[in-house]
Design a protein around this ligand. Structure first.
Ligand code: GLC
Length: 661
């Protein structure tokens, strides 16, 4: 059952598409709501209650014991204490004696204190009491999730090629760099379908341009790559460079399609291209206009995109820099006893870090993604000016919606790959997400795993993390172990930051191990894609916490380092260094399967209970549930080359599999 309550005058986020009649909240015995100081809702948690949800959020699958703030943030340091990441997914579920889903449709900062201040108390609060609250009750956690998913509309379905492996790196600059990557894979017989173009393909980081020196004939290059069964996937950033003569900038200014300050001038913020304007993607006309620009690249043969920096990330604003300059100039005057030339003195200060006083250093630290900047610009929503901070969490959603809506028009019969860094629930109808700038840390394999089912609850099915880790230097064993999780995530992409150690699969010794792990992915693609399609079409989850399938088994409910995948599989990747295996918990008998490096398959039936399973660095483990089976095929170099006539079934004899293609 779904109930919809309205508080104040909510912003229409369009997260929910089902028509549900709203009622005034008349009180509920178990839900305490106060409107005295903004909005605050609290729930007394039972000892055994598990709190699921929040999509792309830090820490566990069970969110109890910490606090989280939905506030889309460009922060590349996903350490344990962080409360906000790139997405805002305000759906939580209390699962215990009762199963209650709560969706807070509110597009600005909202805080989920889940037993942080008081261990038994869940409170959700936000500054403005203008929101829709959906209360969903059902017979199980999965039942509540499915009801929620029906409200928010069908999830995006990625093209089949996007289930292949992709290589990315911030730092590939030229067509030759890309060709070297493709050769690195093809020459070593490591399957690959996609190479990503990070910001350096553009001319001076200008959206929808291609640097003609680095890519002399881009259309031909894209074509040549396609002939080699490679899809090039360019990045698109939110900020549009301010530059006379750059058509997109000039058009956007002329049409009034950029976000504006209160005085009507276009807001200016620095991102990769230097000074930029942000397209006002909350304005339907501006959204259609920005989306139409993707055609510039689809006309050149491109059929996939990743949207980035769309929190939107701000390095600094004009106002922020002016205030800092003023503070430095004032200090410089003081520094020189009111005598000297302020400019020389501020240079002195900059050259002598110890001379920079605390307040100035603090100002410098706060230039990036500053809340003050998010209050400095406005969106034109059907003629009404809405201050950005009030709708901050909708920017990435609407940038990706711009692309998604446009791509449907540009190529109605063709699926395109589309995923985003920032998102809000609703965006799952237009694209997937990747989980942003993680690090080459072992703990981030586990964080990757834990986010997956929570994202699925919120509709995001095409998901994955930067395999091998984005920031910091990786190691061979970390890449291999991470890939063995990535084998199962719909988005399987190795991506790394500028300046880090090279981590393409052919950069390490014993390339055959990498070849093997990625070939396993290709052997599983028919199964993974079929389960993905089922999940998308039936409002189900591709990845589930064990507790969704075994709710009466407390041990299963508490297991957070294994996942159910589709209807047949459980995964339990190794995520610690220098180990030859791991402990797994089996809530029922299952068949333990390992894809061995010599191409053979190890199978062993394991009973319900705890087992230590050996998994070498170059083996890929999975578990098939009792009396079920999965299809596998022979490995192929690309998705197009998968030969369905080689299909055979793995798992329990006599089981049948329902294949959806
Ligand atoms: C952001 C993205 C990252 C990308 C980089 C350069 O940090 O999250 O994936 O490589 O920008 O474009």
């Amino acid at each position: 059952m779904v109930e919809k309550y309205v508080f104040g005058s909510p912003f229409e986020t369009q997260a929910v598409i089902a028509e549900i009649e709203a009622a005034e909240f008349a009180g509920k015995e178990w839900l305490n709501i106060s409107l005295e100081n903004g909005f605050c809702c609290s729930y007394q948690m039972d000892d055994a209650d598990v709190i699921y949800g929040l999509g792309e959020a830090n820490r566990g699958i069970n969110k109890r014991g910490y606090q989280y703030v939905s506030n889309c943030t460009d922060d590349p340091h996903h350490t344990e204490e962080k409360v906000s990441l790139y997405g805002a997914h305000n759906f939580i579920m209390i699962s215990g004696k009762k199963h209650i889903g709560l969706f807070f449709d509110y597009p600005s900062n909202i805080c989920f204190d889940i037993g942080y201040t008081r261990q038994d108390l869940l409170t959700v609060s936000c500054e403005q009491a203008d929101l829709y609250l959906y209360v969903i009750t059902g017979e199980s956690a999965y039942d509540v999730t499915k009801q929620f998913r029906r409200m928010i509309g069908k999830s995006y379905i990625a093209p089949k090629y996007a289930f292949g492996f992709g290589q990315s790196r911030w730092g590939y600059k030229t067509a030759q760099d890309i060709e070297a990557v493709v050769s690195g894979y093809r020459d070593n017989q490591i399957p690959i379908d996609m190479v990503y173009l990070d910001i350096d393909y553009m001319q001076d980081y200008k959206d929808f341009t291609v640097n003609p020196e680095r890519f002399p004939d881009f259309a031909q290059f894209v074509q040549k790559m396609r002939e080699n069964r490679i899809h090039l996937i360019p990045i698109i950033d939110a900020g549009v460079k301010i530059e006379e003569g750059y058509d997109i900038y000039e058009e956007g200014v002329a049409k009034g399609y950029f976000c504006k300050r209160e005085d009507g001038t276009d807001f200016v913020a620095a991102v990769w291209p230097g000074w930029t304007h942000f397209p006002d993607v909350l304005n339907p006309d501006a959204r259609a206009w920005f989306g139409s620009k993707y055609k510039i690249l689809t006309d050149l043969g491109i059929d996939g995109f990743w949207n980035d920096m769309n929190e939107p990330a701000i390095f600094y604003s004009e106002e922020g820099i002016q205030a800092l300059n003023q503070a430095i100039a004032d200090y410089a005057k003081e520094f020189s006893g009111g005598q000297g030339d302020a400019k020389t003195d501020s240079d002195d200060i900059m050259n002598n870090a110890n001379a920079v006083p605390g307040e100035i250093r603090e100002m410098m630290n706060q230039l990036q993604n500053s809340p003050a900047d998010y209050r400095r610009f406005y969106h034109n929503v059907n003629g009404k000016m809405v201050r950005h901070d009030r709708v901050h969490n909708l920017y990435g959603f609407n940038m990706t919606r711009a692309a998604g809506e446009a791509l449907q028009k540009i190529a109605p019969d063709r699926k395109m790959l589309l995923f985003s860094r920032s998102s809000y629930i609703g965006m799952h109808r237009y694209g997937g997400i990747w989980t942003g700038d993680n690090q080459s840390w072992w703990s981030h394999i586990l964080l990757n795993l834990k986010m997956m089912p929570s994202l699925n609850m919120c509709g995001f099915l095409y998901v994955g993390s930067d395999l091998g880790g984005f920031g910091s230097n990786t190691t061979r064993d970390l890449v291999l172990r991470w890939l063995a999780l990535g084998v199962f995530t719909p988005l399987m992409r190795n991506h790394a930051a500028l300046g880090t150690r090279e981590q393409e699969c052919y950069q390490f010794e014993h390339i055959e191990d990498f070849r093997h792990v990625i070939r396993v992915r290709y052997r599983l693609i028919p199964y993974l894609y079929s389960e993905y399609l089922k999940a998308a079409m039936r409002d189900e989850m591709y990845f589930r916490p064990l507790g969704f399938d075994y709710p009466d088994d407390r041990r299963a409910v508490e297991t957070e380092d294994q996942l159910m995948l589709g209807n047949e599989v459980m995964i339990a990747p190794v995520y610690t260094q220098n180990v030859s295996g791991r402990t797994v918990y089996l809530p029922e008998e299952m068949k333990f399967i390992k894809f061995m490096p010599d191409g053979s398959i190890y199978e062993e039936v394991l009973g319900k209970g705890t087992h230590y399973v050996e998994v070498a660095l170059n083996e890929v483990p999975l578990f098939v549930r009792k009396d079920k089976c999965i299809p596998i095929v022979d490995a192929a170099g690309s998705v197009d080359e998968i030969d369905m006539s080689t299909v055979r079934y793995l798992g329990y004899d006599g089981a049948e599999y329902e294949m959806v293609e």
